[in-house]
Design a protein around this ligand. Structure first.
Ligand code: GSH
Length: 242
């Protein structure tokens, strides 16, 4: 049995972490049985979530987890794609993970009102004397990671502008197909869904979220993916912007 280590549900989502959600959806796409366990990122071999235990093997990082699952269990989540489509799917996934998801992270961690109602509560169980210091420490580390990645060097308006360009690209790439690459979901749909759902969930508002809601095909796509992979989750469908 595979164990998926993640953060757990919250913020109106079945799983708080977009990367854990990606892996969870890919496990569901593959039809593999798994159990889920909530842990802190520092328990992971790479210091980040997700990681999995599959028999004696522990594998960290969503991309390497997918590679492991496909190799070990004889799967291909992109089976319906030709070579060019596979290349496009990879390029789209890189845009989402290495660019767009940072802009989404910004809305949760760097907008003070969103940090206060969301990530700040990760530390509610810590002793009161160190709680605020812990909050600031983790927020500082996320800010530093964002700076190294490049995004946090920009103004809030510029970050929104860059995120909105990726939203526009995703909307154009999806068009009115049910899934990114056609009639059937592929591996990259897991990441596109997780990142877009994380942004659209009504729990946090932001200028970038308001841009996202202007793309009715992306809103419908998140609904479709949520219904397919998390039918038990009470998804609060966001209203499409007028
Ligand atoms: N490249 C990694 C990214 C994973 C990631 O950023 N995970 C976040 C949770 S959403 C994390 O564990 N952050 C803790 C940290 O970076 O210290 C993957 O694809 O798995």
């Amino acid at each position: 049995m595979i164990t998926l280590y993640g953060i757990g549900p919250g913020f109106g989502l079945p799983e708080i972490s977009p990367y854990v959600t990606k892996t969870e959806v890919q496990l569901k796409m593959a039809g593999l049985k798994y159990v889920k366990q909530q842990v802190m990122p520092d328990t992971s071999p790479k210091g980040q979530l997700p990681y999995i235990a599959d028999g004696d093997e522990r594998v960290a990082d969503s991309t390497f987890i997918r590679q492991h699952l496909e190799r070990k269990h004889g799967l291909d989540l992109d089976a319906a794609l030709d070579e060019r489509q596979r290349a496009e799917a990879w390029a789209i996934e890189r845009m989402i993970e290495n660019h767009f998801t940072w802009a989404v992270t910004y809305t949760r961690w760097m907008m003070p009102e969103n940090f206060a109602k969301g990530p700040a509560h990760f530390f509610d169980g810590a002793p009161e004397s160190i709680r605020d210091a812990l909050r600031e420490d983790v927020r500082g580390r996320v800010a530093e990671n964002m700076r190294i990645a490049g995004l946090a060097r920009h103004t809030p308006e510029e970050i929104t502008e860059l995120g909105a360009r990726s939203l526009s690209a995703l909307s154009m790439l999806l068009g009115w197909k049910p899934y990114l690459m056609g009639d059937r979901p592929c591996g990259t749909d897991a990441m596109a869904f997780s990142s877009l759902a994380g942004l659209m969930a009504p729990f946090f508002d932001s200028p970038l979220r308001q841009h996202a809601l202007e793309f009715s095909n992306l809103v419908a796509y998140v609904d479709r993916m949520m219904a397919r992979y998390y039918p038990e989750h009470q998804w609060q469908r966001p209203a499409v912007a007028a």
